[in-house]
Design a protein around this ligand. Structure first.
Ligand code: SIN
Length: 279
């Protein structure tokens, strides 16, 4: 079968068909897929059937694995791979939907992951889409006054921001000591590979903006998020079983949706790839 690349929206997302990631993939095709990921921020390789070790090998075609901060969701048989499941609960018994609320992954790390990869193993019969916001586009469509206002502004990112509406599952005690408590990143970052500027905000992790009182910083962050998520910068991914999706955390916010029948299982494998320090 020939390999085809099909854009999934005007600005974000591209689907690849005709590739089997459980088999050796020619270098030229890996390069072509990686370039498509850089250009379109979300690469969807359709129709895969990978066990955790095959998922790990496929991910390594595109970069080095990043060790996730929270170790609770590791697969015992292949700890680099974590799982996402709607069947997990918070300690108080409430259902935990991983990834609800717009965010970018692990921005509380000094060198956050460049990419996150998911492989859809079991899906509900409808719903459970992932929304992606193209933050390069969101930056480019800001008015000039706002762009000038945020030029050079730095943000403090923590594991769980005190203002965040979304609560995370806590880290195990040992991991708490290993994971850096706070890092500073620019509010506008320049992509290390494409050179494109993007808004770098994260509602669950930004604790404060440096040299700005919260009374100014929180409304500014709210306004930036509202601008970014107004709809025109979005690609909404409707999952199919077997999708292998790699997205670019340097140019995207994303959000899971727990809008489906919870008696049905949604289960995906997850892995992130090492990135560069945001600049
Ligand atoms: C995530 O935030 O990594 C999860 C996205 C999803 O489950 O749709």
């Amino acid at each position: 079968m020939d390999v085809t690349f099909t854009p999934l929206s005007e600005h974000t997302g591209i689907a690849v068909e005709g590739v089997d990631l459980s088999k050796p993939v020619p270098d030229a095709l890996v390069k072509e897929m990686y370039q498509a990921y850089l250009d379109r921020s979300v690469l969807v390789v359709r129709g895969q059937k990978l066990d955790p070790h095959q998922m790990l090998a496929a991910a390594k075609l595109f970069g080095a694995p990043f060790i996730q901060h929270n170790t609770r969701f590791q697969l015992p048989e292949c700890p680099e791979i974590h799982y996402l499941s709607n069947q997990d609960k918070f300690p108080d018994g409430r259902r935990y939907i991983p990834g609800e609320g717009f965010h970018t992954d692990h921005s509380n790390d000094a060198t956050p992951p460049k990419a996150t990869l998911l492989h859809a193993v079991t899906l509900p019969s409808s719903g459970g889409d992932t929304q992606f916001i193209n933050m390069g586009l969101a930056y480019e469509t800001l008015d000039e006054a706002t762009r000038a206002q945020i030029e050079g502004v730095q943000a403090e990112h923590v594991y769980q921001a005190s203002h965040s509406e979304r609560k995370l599952v806590g880290l195990k005690a040992q991991r708490k000591q290993q994971v850096q408590q706070s890092v500073i990143h620019p509010l506008v970052r320049t992509h290390g590979e494409t050179g494109r500027k993007a808004l770098y905000i994260n509602p669950i992790r930004i604790e404060r903006l440096l040299d700005m009182p919260d009374t100014d910083a929180l409304p500014l962050l709210k306004r930036l998020l509202a601008h970014a998520t107004q709809g025109t910068h979005e690609y909404r991914h409707q999952w199919s079983t077997g999708d292998f999706v790699m997205w670019d955390n340097r140019n995207l916010l994303h959000k899971a949706n727990g809008d489906y029948d919870m008696t049905e299982t949604r289960y995906l494998y997850r892995l992130m790839l090492q990135g560069e320090r945001p600049e």
